[in-house]
Design a protein around this ligand. Structure first.
Ligand code: FES
Length: 120
């Protein structure tokens, strides 16, 4: 399983979803991250329906009042807790998870099996 470390900047832990592009095995990979209720969450920034990005503008995501994530392309709606699609054209599919853990010296370690061989 591949891992990468990124710095925790001042915006990243504000409770909102943020996009970060990381380089893994010489490839750029876009992930979406959030710190909420005392824990980090992360997913690949790619909708499972047609592979579009989940952010509608740089570092901006559509979130409903109840907190679900909405794909800007065709409106698929995802639970933020596990990335499961509860409504829309890819109902039953899921965002690819990223394991996020906070390390020492203000860094996050991102880990995912899909990092290897991904071209996102
Ligand atoms: S690409 Fe996300 S709903 Fe179609």
């Amino acid at each position: 399983m591949s891992t990468v470390q990124i710095p925790i900047d001042e915006n990243l832990s504000d409770g909102q979803w943020h996009e970060r592009s990381v380089i893994i095995e010489d490839r750029h990979v876009s992930v979406m991250l959030r710190f909420s209720a005392g824990k980090w969450q992360g997913f690949q920034n790619v909708c499972p329906h047609q592979g579009r990005r989940m952010d509608y503008a740089p570092d901006r995501f559509l979130v409903t009042p109840k907190g679900t994530l909405v794909c800007p392309a065709h409106g698929a709606e995802f639970r933020p807790t596990d990335g499961f699609c509860i409504n829309g054209p890819c109902r039953g599919a899921s965002l690819k998870p990223v394991e996020v853990s906070e390390g020492e010296a203000g860094t996050l370690t991102l880990k995912a099996a899909w990092f290897s061989g991904s071209c996102a």
